[in-house]
Design a protein around this ligand. Structure first.
Ligand SMILES: *[C@@H]1O[C@H](CO)[C@@H](O)[C@H](O)[C@H]1NC(C)=O
Ligand SMILES: *[C@@H]1O[C@H](CO)[C@@H](O)[C@H](O)[C@H]1NC(C)=O
Ligand SMILES: *[C@@H]1O[C@H](CO)[C@@H](O)[C@H](O)[C@H]1NC(C)=O
Ligand SMILES: *[C@@H]1O[C@H](CO)[C@@H](O)[C@H](O)[C@H]1NC(C)=O
Ligand SMILES: *[C@@H]1O[C@H](CO)[C@@H](O)[C@H](O)[C@H]1NC(C)=O
Ligand SMILES: *[C@@H]1O[C@H](CO)[C@@H](O)[C@H](O)[C@H]1NC(C)=O
Length: 240
């Protein structure tokens, strides 16, 4: 008899122990497509979370009608999110037309009004000049041709502005514009996307310990590590 009562009490006690934890279940990750990047704190896909406390201001994402994950910046517009590195807090974006360099063609891109900054790499920025060349032009730098802006009849290429040699050789080209581009942009990274970094909120400590990161309840923009692996175990919901 006594054993049963103790048992019942323990059950109640256990239940009360688990209850608050349930209530604090971290937000589910979600994706726009099966192979799309997983959006989880500080990101959230708008209209895909029951709770509005799942993301951090400035980290809202959306899905477009091609199931691409989109981030919209107030002054620079829409970009496709290719991947998110939560451990190093780096976002890889591409142009919505898979043509990131097109966005640099006529102006410097600025992310000043966002939580993100251009990941400059080690070399900072460099001025690049964009050229539009007729098909007669022999091109000695094929890797600098921007294929998404070129056709069979003309090639658009970008070269460091301070190279003097190309100017002498590019007779059949016109200059389109000159723009500051991160030096780290060219060559290696182009297919992975354009790198943006964020510092706030800083979840690297939690991520490094395999813990979820989330907003502290009731403290508007304070974050905390959530002592649960649940976030990662859940199958992400995806929108079609
Ligand atoms: C997707 O939306 C764009 C406008 O944002 C529209 O031009 C396009 O036709 C749409 N495509 C489909 C398949 O609905
Ligand atoms: C990103 O854009 C570049 C062109 O700027 C394109 O070549 C590349 O395929 C795109 N990457 C992906 C993964 O779509
Ligand atoms: C880029 O070009 C502009 C205008 O010619 C110049 O003022 C600026 O100093 C250059 N920046 C770099 C990093 O070369
Ligand atoms: C390059 O030149 C061609 C033909 O002159 C033109 O149709 C095309 O729009 C130009 N491209 C750019 C990006 O300026
Ligand atoms: C420019 O085009 C002409 C033909 O229109 C060609 O003979 C010449 O070699 C081209 N110049 C260069 C530098 O490719
Ligand atoms: C162009 O400028 C970079 C620094 O922005 C410098 O490292 C490089 O040597 C310069 N190249 C030439 C050809 O002047």
């Amino acid at each position: 008899m006594a054993t049963l009562e103790i048992f019942n009490i323990s059950i109640l006690f256990l239940f009360s122990l688990f209850l608050p934890h349930r209530a604090a279940t971290p937000c589910k990750g979600s994706t726009c497509s099966i192979d799309g990047p997983l959006a989880r704190f500080p990101f959230q896909i708008r209209n895909n979370q029951v709770s509005s406390n799942c993301g951090y201001p400035g980290f809202d994402l959306s899905c477009n009608n091609q199931s691409q994950t989109i981030i919209t910046f107030p002054s620079s517009g829409d970009f496709v999110v290719q991947s998110i590195n939560y451990l190093d807090q780096i976002l890889y974006i591409n142009g919505t037309d898979n043509c990131m360099l097109k966005r640099f063609l006529h102006r410097d891109l600025s992310f000043e009004d966002t939580p993100f900054s251009i990941y400059w790499g080690f070399e900072g920025t460099k001025n690049y000049t964009f050229f539009n060349c007729s098909s007669d032009q022999e091109i000695y730098w094929p890797s600098n041709i921007i294929s998404c802006l070129s056709t069979e009849y003309y090639k658009v290429l970008f070269l460091p502005t301070n190279w003097s040699q190309p100017r002498l050789e590019l007779h059949n080209c016109t200059v389109i514009s000159t723009t500051l581009i991160p030096s780290s942009f060219e060559w290696r990274e182009i297919n992975r996307g354009f790198k943006l970094a964020w510092d706030v909120p800083d979840c690297r400590y939690c991520e490094g310990r395999d813990q979820a990161c989330g907003l502290k309840k009731g403290k508007s923009l304070t974050i905390q590590c959530l002592h649960t692996g649940m976030l990662y175990d859940q199958i992400p919901t995806h929108i079609t």
